[in-house]
Design a protein. Structure first.
Length: 249
């Protein structure tokens, strides 16, 4: 029985842990050859690759800070050199720093958040497009906060709302090229980042009670939606935002 993504080349940014790592593993399990991007931890990136190869998949880890254009150019040059094409781009890299309510927002906080969460999506997509052809799929990791807009972290909320807007706009621009663009909008997911942020770690039970299924998410709850969007099963799906949040949005 053939796998959904057999013969496809996928790049997942921010794939060394959490949601990105789960996405990379699920794509590889469906036959894609995966480029696992990491920003700083080579050990984490290589751990994901090792888990993929142990399970019979194909992957390689490549370092790049996707908030930096030079790093992005090098990353996509390596994809081109190794594979000559790109079928699936998952713009997953992002940052969630401790909340900064309105009165505490600084220029540094704003630019740190938007340079990675928004500009990074733009620059990676720009650089990837020459490698993508008809049938290509771009999936952006957004968040339930793009519309839920909880208080206390307006810059992060705004950055994810921007990702949704980019998703719809890119879908319109790239539709004539038969390249699809969608976003996945998770609710609170138990990742290393969440567990290291006191203002989130201490509220996990509270947030779990706020959604319809009574629990927070796990990375493996998000990855199957990305596989669907990357595959031909979603060949008529573009410009959409898929909420995976236990019903909290």
């Amino acid at each position: 029985m053939s796998k959904k993504l057999e013969g496809k080349i996928a790049l997942v940014t921010g794939a060394s842990k959490g949601i990105g790592a789960a996405i990379a593993k699920h794509l590889a399990a469906e036959g894609a050859r995966v480029v696992v991007n990491y920003a700083s931890s080579k050990a984490d990136g290589e751990k994901v690759v090792a888990e993929i190869t142990k399970a019979g998949g194909q992957a390689v880890a490549v370092q790049a800070d996707v908030a930096k254009k030079a790093d992005i150019e090098r990353l996509l040059a390596e994809v081109k050199k190794a594979h000559g094409k790109l079928d699936i781009l998952v713009n997953n890299a992002g940052i969630f720093s401790p909340g900064a309510p309105l009165g505490q927002i600084t220029e540094e906080h704003f630019h740190r958040m938007f340079d990675l969460n928004v500009l990074g999506v733009i620059l990676v997509t720009q650089e990837a497009l020459p490698l993508m052809g008809e049938g290509g799929s771009i999936i952006n990791t957004s968040s339930v906060v793009s519309t839920l807009s909880p208080p206390g972290n307006p810059v992060y909320n705004a950055s994810k709302a921007a990702v949704d807007c980019l998703t719809r706009t890119f879908a319109r621009e790239l539709g004539p090229k038969k390249i699809r663009v969608n976003s996945v909008n998770p609710g609170l997911v138990e990742t290393e980042g969440v567990n290291s942020a006191p203002h989130l770690k201490d509220r996990k039970d509270e947030v779990a009670k706020m959604n319809m299924l009574g629990r927070i998410g796990q990375p493996d709850d998000i990855a199957p939606i990305v596989v669907y969007l990357a595959s031909d099963d979603a060949s008529w799906t573009t410009g959409e935002s898929f909420y995976v949040s236990g019903g909290m949005h």
